[in-house]
Design a protein around this ligand. Structure first.
Ligand SMILES: C[S@@+](CC[C@H](N)C(=O)[O-])C[C@H]1O[C@@H](n2cnc3c(N)ncnc32)[C@H](O)[C@@H]1O
Length: 270
């Protein structure tokens, strides 16, 4: 979510080339303006990283902690650092969109410990979280990631979605271009169930609530929901008080002001 959606010239060129996308983007701009007026910030009791690792290790299994020192994760981190240095100066998105290190590590370790068959993610941009999810699926040698993204406006923007996802890991990936409002429900229906959901798209109350509520009947028992930017509105906070939530936590991210949330659905894993 950024002010780049409001670049009037680019938006007009979308109108000429793709009126449906123009309508989607216009609705998103209206949603962001509405959220700026009416969304109320949430405050959370924050956990520190060591406590979160301890609890998720108990709940998801001991591979959670060991995953964090795996060579595959270290290799991905080096690969991403090198790749980011090659980002062309005229690349369409600001790197401020990139997922934070805490969020990325959380994604990697949850996948290694939970061994999901299906992961669904909203919000890709250059693809920090996607790269971590894919690397963990590769280490598991099973599972698939489906991602939804409508990229920020910009020159050749579609070419850069998932630019940071290592090409040799893309075999386990389906990338769907469009808004989560349109694509999420049909994808959930097609998948039947999801073991891990990662929200990092449009962080308005309306959109986050829609994503969480659409997901919930499809999230498998013991399934995990990870969300970026839970502090901007009350969607995550309202959700964690459900009786079928086994565990939830909020953590301050390392390189951003954002807060990430994680919750585990109650029930026995199949
Ligand atoms: C914060 S970035 C995602 C960062 C990414 N998870 C990472 O770790 O690098 C948010 C992305 O979601 C996209 N987006 C925003 N609103 C969306 C929506 N309603 N549906 C789908 N994608 C959306 C943005 O254009 C952008 O590409």
């Amino acid at each position: 979510m950024s002010i780049s959606y409001a670049k009037p010239f680019r938006l007009l060129s979308v109108l000429a080339n793709n009126p449906v996308e123009f309508l989607d983007r216009s609705l998103m701009i209206a949603g962001v303006k509405f959220a700026a007026l009416y969304d109320r910030k949430s405050s959370y009791e924050l956990v520190d990283w060591d406590s979160l690792v301890f609890r998720l290790n108990e709940i998801l299994g001991p591979q959670f902690r060991s995953a964090l020192s795996e060579s595959q994760l270290a290799s991905l981190t080096s690969w991403l650092s090198a790749k980011q240095l090659t980002l062309p100066p005229d690349a369409p998105f600001g790197v401020f969109h990139n997922g934070d290190r805490i969020l990325a590590q959380l994604c990697y370790a949850v996948v290694r410990a939970r061994r999901p068959r299906h992961i669904l993610e909203t919000g890709v941009c250059y693809g920090v979280t996607s790269a971590h999810l894919l690397a963990a699926l590769d280490a598991n040698a099973e599972g698939h990631l489906s991602s939804i993204d409508l990229p920020p406006l910009g020159e050749r923007n579609y070419d850069y979605v998932g630019w940071l996802a290592p090409p040799d890991l893309r075999g386990r990936w389906s990338l769907h271009r469009g808004t989560s409002r349109k694509l999420l429900r049909p994808l959930l229906k097609g998948l039947g169930s999801v073991d891990l959901f990662v929200h990092d798209s449009l962080h308005t109350y309306k959109n986050m609530k829609m994503e969480f509520e659409s997901l919930w009947p499809y999230l498998s028992p013991g399934g995990v929901l990870i969300s970026d930017d839970i502090e901007g509105n009350s969607a995550f906070q309202e959700f964690v008080s459900r009786p079928d939530v086994l565990f939830h936590a909020a953590i301050q991210e390392q390189d951003k002001h954002s807060i990430a949330g994680v919750l585990v659905k109650a029930g026995q894993r199949e």
